[in-house]
Write a protein that binds this ligand. Structure first.
Ligand code: ZN
Length: 447
């Protein structure tokens, strides 16, 4: 009899290098704790803080401070060379195979690639620009001939102060940049996302509804018992609010009005916990819950784990693997596998290989005079309409809604004229969609 499998899915929020100058760090500590440090932002003062047991009278705040200034959490990759050095070490087969799953396979990464766009200031020296980090990773994986890893979606909404390091939560406030990232990746790289990792772990109604149009899978749930983190920057579920969502590693479909509740939306949400951050971390107890669920249900279970490429990932992987091996050795009736996210979602939802290929989404696109006609000829779209990307001859990237055909005839239309873009001004048209199985179809016309 085959055993159920716990799928270990490593989601990397892939944001490139960052630096944190000391004055920025001290300011972040004060904002996060909601208390002034009353110290000059110097290296000596940081070392002093790290060596002290107590800084504040309140012990709870001391504990939070200790987590914030843990040297492991402050060791950032400062530039692309440092990230690249890490990648050259951790991407190669001999490194991946130091970690073995129940089937003798090595580690797999899922890279959720971020474009830092729409920002005006950049105090943490992040790599800015459309496709900048995406292309670095795409080239890297191609050069190293890596095929087992998955490239997926991550987006940071743009804050009012337009600073590249400030967290924000509104997709609608960032609609232009959001559509630009989608359009440019589709047209320039022939790429369309399947799996979301929410920026700042945060979903709100606008992102809940936007994702529902395009992406069938979402590994963003960070529900935890007693999720009272105490940090001033996180009160009232301000970021990563998953209170009330399933915390037993089961998958769920979200509700229209509240992404945390089980509901009738089509997207499937998986749970994904942090590796060695200041809160919501994966540990042996959480892993045991996953093995319990696999054991009691007899079905595969999705365990998402996440970290960033701006820290030394190997340290977090090694310490996670130690715990995993221990828990797995105590649960011999369950196997575990390092999995890419799409495979893991398919297995845990229970789609058969036969239906995944039989109903694989396929459509044709055809330009008749100035009207684009999209005909679905196999399977179904995941959402209500395909995504269209248009590149004009003067270099603009555009997207729009389709015109829908008669109900049920699986046709979509787009007219190029003076109300949209005259067809003689169009250079490239690309159309993409996923289906509910996580298959993708992309078609393009160079006019
Ligand atoms: Zn992020």
């Amino acid at each position: 009899m085959t055993k159920p499998i716990v799928h270990i899915v490593h989601h990397v929020d892939t944001e490139g290098p960052m630096r944190e100058p000391l004055d920025e760090l001290f300011e972040r500590i004060e904002n996060t704790l909601g208390h002034a440090l009353k110290l000059e932002p110097t290296k000596e003062n940081l070392l002093k803080l790290q060596s002290l047991e107590f800084v504040f009278i309140n012990n709870e705040i001391n504990q939070l401070l200790k987590k914030l200034i843990d040297p492991k959490l402050l060791s950032f990759k400062n530039n692309w060379d440092e990230v690249d050095e890490m990648l050259n070490r951790i991407l190669i087969p001999s490194y991946r195979n130091k970690f073995k799953d129940s089937f003798g396979k090595g580690w797999i990464y899922n890279w959720h690639l971020l474009d830092h766009v729409g920002f005006e200031t950049n105090p943490r020296y992040r790599i800015l620009g459309y496709g900048a980090i995406f292309n670095l990773y795409n080239d890297k994986l191609k050069n190293l001939k890596i095929e087992e890893d998955s490239l997926q979606w991550h987006f940071h909404p743009i804050p009012f102060n337009k600073a590249a390091h400030t967290s924000a939560i509104s997709y609608m406030n960032s609609a232009h940049e959001l559509q630009q990232v989608m359009c440019r990746r589709l047209i320039d790289s022939n790429w369309f996302p399947v799996v979301n990792r929410a920026g700042f772990h945060t979903v709100r109604p606008d992102s809940n509804w936007w994702l529902e149009q395009w992406l069938p899978f979402d590994a963003s749930n960070q529900a935890m018992n007693n999720d009272n983190t105490g940090f001033n920057d996180n009160i009232n579920g301000r970021f990563g609010d998953w209170r009330g969502a399933p915390d037993d590693w089961s998958l769920y479909n979200p509700d229209y009005n509240d992404w945390r509740k089980k509901g009738n939306m089509n997207r499937t949400i998986a749970r994904c916990l942090n590796m060695n951050t200041r809160f919501r971390n994966i540990d042996g107890k959480e892993l045991q819950k996953a093995f319990n669920l696999a054991n009691s249900s007899g079905k595969d279970v999705y365990v998402g784990i996440t970290n960033h490429d701006f820290r030394e990932m190997s340290i977090e992987m090694v310490s996670f693997y130690e715990v995993l091996k221990q828990v797995a050795s105590e649960n011999k009736t369950v196997d575990y596998s390092f999995s890419d996210t799409i495979t893991a979602f398919r297995k845990c939802i229970g789609f058969s290989n036969e239906e995944i290929s039989k109903y694989k989404i396929n459509f044709d696109i055809e330009l008749r005079n100035n009207t684009l006609n999209v005909s679905i000829n196999n399977g179904d779209l995941f959402g209500p309409q395909p995504f269209i990307g248009i590149l004009t001859k003067d270099g603009r990237y555009l997207t729009d809604n389709f015109n829908f055909g008669e109900i049920g005839n699986k046709q979509f239309y787009y007219t190029f004229d003076f109300l949209t873009v005259p067809i003689q001004n169009v250079k490239t048209i690309a159309v993409a969609s996923n289906d509910k199985y996580g298959n993708s179809c992309i078609k393009r016309i160079d006019v």
